[in-house]
Design a protein around this ligand. Structure first.
Ligand code: HEM
Ligand code: SF4
Length: 538
């Protein structure tokens, strides 16, 4: 076990229980215990305090708590090689009952793992330069980025080296393995905010500034965003950060969170609460004290929001090369499909695959001469479509009761079949983003969806029934979270209800008006009126 840090908050008696667990033994120390003890002695040997620390190894108990685990693997910036994809597929095949999920932060998740398998899985991941460590827990998580970095016609610089540096700096760094709560970073130089800056704890977005007569490309900095039950949009700081300063600034922000973040209540421990209390000015002052002077903000290079979607086959920054943005319905595939994706990446592209925060994938660097054959591949025609139907293409779902201990309702399969039903029922050619979540934690990012569906239970004469609360009008284009309608719809009525709601939008919308903008124009009370009419037919 590594030498224990003397944290300044250790003497505070008002710390929450988890803080004492972390002080007693650092989360990262559990990795060694898993490898040396638990993976040999089995589930029954796991001490309950260590079960909380398993998250630092990237592992969580899945539902029901009967000895199986979920594991999240970091895919820094959402770019992986075909070799890495094959290693992931193998793990799913041997240990994970053939299941691979792409998450809303571009990571990959397995289910059904046993503790006995973990040491071997850590080794397999390491052999491919991958890691599950700190993919969960109170530490810097998977770094979100632009899955098109390096080839994106809409990026102002290649962020791959920056993401790699951040990953190297933070992964297993014991200076930052005991944060008050989870900590989510996003770095993207895509001008359409591909990495959802406003809903991360710390985010970098593209900017430029003329300094000493020279134009410099760098970043603006956002802090204090996050979803879950109390969502906050991040605040922009008045600083300009050169690419070579990103790691320093990230270390500074993370140090502020570590040393000043709240550790009394876990529900009040995210960076967003500190930023809300301090405000961006005080936060900036404190940051500059730690990292030294930074230039004030420059010119913002972001324009609009692409929602994290890249569908289609598009020209890259490099002439003659194309990328293909592909749909993976609700992010779920099997090992064979992941292997097939790896083959397609090798045969048509340069062997790299992107994971998108919309639970989708993309293939990079396809020469023009190969595009026609690529489009005819059975997997592309039938499964990972580059022109998916609207609802299947823009549906996102969290894990739900199938595996999640916090879930109130089933989500994943329900969102998949609901999207299919809507595609079969309503013809809509323009994107309409529907996100489904099984509880208020919002892993499926309900708040930024055009239509957000949040699981709930209702009492009926037949007992408790699964239902969804409906939220409308979320976007990061002109950032705002969706708002709740007075409508808790039981699952048997959900499909027809949404079909009617969308049909009304289709009839009323103006040319090119996305759903969130329509909600803004007609107003929430107008939509509530429509909902009331749908629910109480004359
Ligand atoms: C066993 C399954 C899971 C559990 C127990 C779990 C737990 C949680 C909890 C407790 C939160 C709220 C965090 C907070 O209050 O700060 C949260 C948020 C979140 N989780 Fe999960 N999660 C699970 C699976 C997933 C999956 C499958 C995804 C991706 C598809 C995911 C991505 C996220 C995201 C994006 C958020 C919102 C982050 C934010 O607050 O900004 N989680 N999760
Ligand atoms: S939103 Fe809730 S139900 Fe869905 S995966 Fe997250 S914690 Fe589980």
């Amino acid at each position: 076990m590594a030498e224990r840090k003397q944290w300044k908050w250790a003497a505070d008696p008002s710390l929450n229980k988890m803080e004492f667990t972390k002080l007693e033994k650092d989360g990262l120390d559990v990795i060694e215990t898993i490898v040396n003890t638990y993976s040999k002695e089995g589930f029954a040997s796991i001490e309950s305090s260590d079960m909380d620390r398993f998250k630092w190894a990237g592992v969580y108990q899945q539902r029901p708590k009967d000895g199986h685990f979920m594991m999240r693997v970091r895919i820094p910036g959402g770019i992986l090689s075909s070799e890495q994809a094959r290693v992931l597929a193998k793990i799913a095949e041997i240990y994970g009952r053939d299941l691979v999920d792409v998450t809303t932060r571009q990571a990959v998740q397995f289910h059904w793992l046993t503790v006995e398998s973990l040491a071997d899985i850590f080794d397999r991941l390491a052999s491919a330069g991958l890691s599950s460590f700190e993919a969960c827990g109170d530490c810097p998580r998977q770094i979100m980025g632009n899955p098109l970095a390096g080839i994106d016609p809409h990026e102002v610089l290649d962020t791959r080296p920056i993401v790699a540096e951040l990953e190297k700096f933070f992964l297993l760094n014991r200076d930052f393995s005991n944060l008050p709560r989870k900590y989510k970073i996003s770095v993207s130089a895509n001008i359409h905010n591909a990495a959802h800056a406003q809903i991360n704890d710390l985010a970098f977005t593209p900017a430029k500034k003329v300094m000493a007569g020279e134009e410099v490309i760098g970043f603006h900095v956002w802090v204090g965003g996050g979803l879950s039950a109390k969502p906050y949009l991040a605040k922009q700081l008045d600083v300009f950060v050169r690419p070579e300063e990103v790691v320093k600034v990230t270390a500074g922000v993370t140090t502020l969170f570590r040393d000043f973040g709240y550790r009394q209540k876990r529900t009040h421990a995210r960076l967003k609460f500190l930023v809300a209390d301090w405000g961006p000015e005080k936060f900036t002052e404190q940051l500059l004290e730690l990292v030294g002077e930074l230039e004030p903000g420059g010119i913002d290079l972001t324009s609009g929001w692409n929602g994290g979607y890249f569908y289609g086959i598009h020209e890259q920054r490099q002439a003659g090369l194309y990328y293909a943005g592909l749909s993976v319905p609700v992010g779920r595939m099997n090992a064979g499909e992941l292997n097939e994706l790896a083959r397609l990446a090798d045969e048509y592209g340069d062997g790299t695959i992107g994971t998108c925060n919309t639970q989708n994938v993309l293939i990079r660097n396809i020469p023009e001469a190969k595009v026609a054959a690529f489009r005819e591949e059975p997997m592309i025609v039938n499964r990972f479509k580059w022109q998916p139907n609207t609802f299947v293409g823009y549906a996102v779902s969290c894990t739900g009761t199938e595996y999640c201990n916090l879930a109130i309702v089933e989500t994943k399969e329900r969102m998949r079949s609901l999207a299919q039903y809507l595609d079969d029922t309503v013809v809509l050619e323009t994107p309409l983003r529907i996100h489904m979540i099984g509880c208020p934690n919002s892993c499926g990012q309900r708040q930024i969806a055009d239509i957000g569906l949040q699981g709930a239970l209702v009492k009926t004469s037949n007992g408790m029934v699964e239902a969804f609360d409906i939220y409308v009008g979320g976007t990061l284009e002109e950032p705002q979270f969706n708002r709740k309608l007075n409508a808790r719809i039981t699952v048997d009525r959900l499909g027809p209800f949404l079909a009617q709601l969308v049909t009304l939008y289709k009839a009323d919308r103006q040319e090119g008006e996305p759903y969130w903008r329509y909600v803004e124009r007609v107003g929430l009370s107008h939509i509530q009126g429509q909902v009331d009419a749908i629910l109480q037919p004359a």
